[in-house]
Design a protein. Structure first.
Length: 369
């Protein structure tokens, strides 16, 4: 690798250096010395520039490395990842970004497999990403699911990436958004972001996609009542899945019930009416019609400018949410604040200080570094 290709910050500090095992650029000195005695490591190290070059050619292995870099929590990897993304940005943005949510067992994985296969057959390249709120707590990951998407996993036009398995929801949010950009730069023109429907993560996914759909099932008289209106208000389509066999007529009835409720809700996308549809992820019936709905949505929102407006707003909101998160981290990790906080908290709880007074004093400390 030519040294001239290295960005400045890579050369500046040997210790926070660019050398990430299995991912990063080569420490030339090390390799020269070591190559005499050791075999060259299997996982050849690569520079950011090489990664960019390969990712934009659509190299999946390099895309995986790039995403691993994006997901890394190490500070110097963060810098590398930003350098990488800075260069990939110009190639991104050209996909349709689709979000899918639904309670466990609604059939999300089955649906994505069937839907993804259809899109691949139509000549698209599909990337499937996941946000799993439980993994941020447990450290586990839902997409052991690769096994449930067997056909899609093997399809060379599909790329499935499990949820980042650690970090705060905010951190996972950043990683997934940046992974979307990397996948787009690698030529994936349809990005599907899946999340289990359990609250906060729907709002996060809604904020990073163009089209958001709620996958649901029948048997839902009570479920309909109990379903948070809030989630329905985020959706551009509601899909009643498992409309097959004996369940078909019930699914149709449920679809109508949803449409009745939707009639009274404010749709999330200007100029687009959210409606309910039926499908069977198992038989594939109705899946093609859902793709037609998404295509119509894209046409409609492109023409009206709503799509562009949404993406601009999303980028803006993302920026502010990152600023808020950084500020919060910086405050709570501040050495003196960490020490003082318990005392002020105690004072507030016991009525010795007003909240405003305590906060004011803490901020004076924080800002007077
Ligand atoms: N009859 C029928 N069964 C389905 C359909 N879609 C999914 N299933 C079944 O429903 C069960 C759950 O499907 P999954 O695709 O794993 O559901 P999921 O939403 O991904 O579930 P989690 O990953 O746990 O959140 C499986 O046994 C599927 O075979 C469908 O359209 N019809
Ligand atoms: Mg699943």
């Amino acid at each position: 690798m030519a040294d001239s290709k290295r960005p400045e910050w890579q050369e500046s500090d040997e210790h926070t250096s660019t050398y990430m095992p299995g991912i990063s650029s080569t420490h030339d000195g090390f390799q020269k010395a070591s190559s005499k005695r050791f075999k060259k490591p299997k996982n050849t190290d690569v520079s950011v520039q090489e990664m960019v070059d390969q990712v934009i050619k659509g190299d999946r292995m390099m895309l995986s490395k790039a995403i691993t870099l994006i997901e890394s929590n190490a500070e110097h990897h963060f810098k590398m990842a930003q350098e990488l993304l800075g260069q990939l940005l110009q190639y991104s943005g050209k996909s349709i970004r689709i979000g899918i949510t639904g309670v466990p067992g609604a059939g999300k994985s089955t649906f994505i497999e069937e839907f993804g296969m259809l899109l691949c057959e139509l000549g698209h390249r599909v990337a499937v990403l996941a946000i799993d709120p439980s993994s941020t707590i447990s450290g586990g990951s839902i997409l052991g699911d690769k096994t449930r998407m067997e056909r899609l996993v093997r399809n060379e036009n599909a790329y499935i990436r499990p949820s980042p398995s650690s970090g705060t929801l905010g951190g996972v949010h950043r990683k997934t958004r940046e992974t979307i950009l990397a996948c787009e730069a690698a030529g994936f023109d349809i990005i599907i972001v899946e999340t289990v429907g359990v609250g906060q993560s729907e709002v996060i996914v809604r904020g990073m996609v163009d089209f958001f759909m709620l996958l649901t099932i029948t048997g839902a008289g009570d479920q309909l009542q109990g379903m948070k209106k809030g989630i329905m208000e985020l959706a551009d389509a509601i899909i009643v899945n498992k409309a097959d066999g004996d369940n078909k007529s019930l699914a149709e009835k449920t679809r109508k019930e949803y449409n009745q409720i939707l009639h009274f809700l404010m749709p999330p996308t200007k100029g687009w009416e959210t409606k309910a549809y039926c499908c069977s992820a198992l038989t594939g019936e109705g899946i093609g019609a859902i793709w037609n709905v998404i295509k119509a949505f894209r046409e409609n929102t492109r023409e009206s400018g709503v799509l562009e407006e949404r993406r601009m707003l999303q980028a803006k909101e993302w920026m502010y949410s990152q600023i808020t998160e950084r500020l919060e981290q910086s405050f709570y990790q501040h050495k003196e604040i960490k020490e003082l906080l318990p005392y002020y908290q105690h004072a507030v709880i016991n009525g010795h200080s007003t909240v405003s007074m305590a906060v004011d004093l803490l901020f004076s400390k924080y800002l007077n570094e």
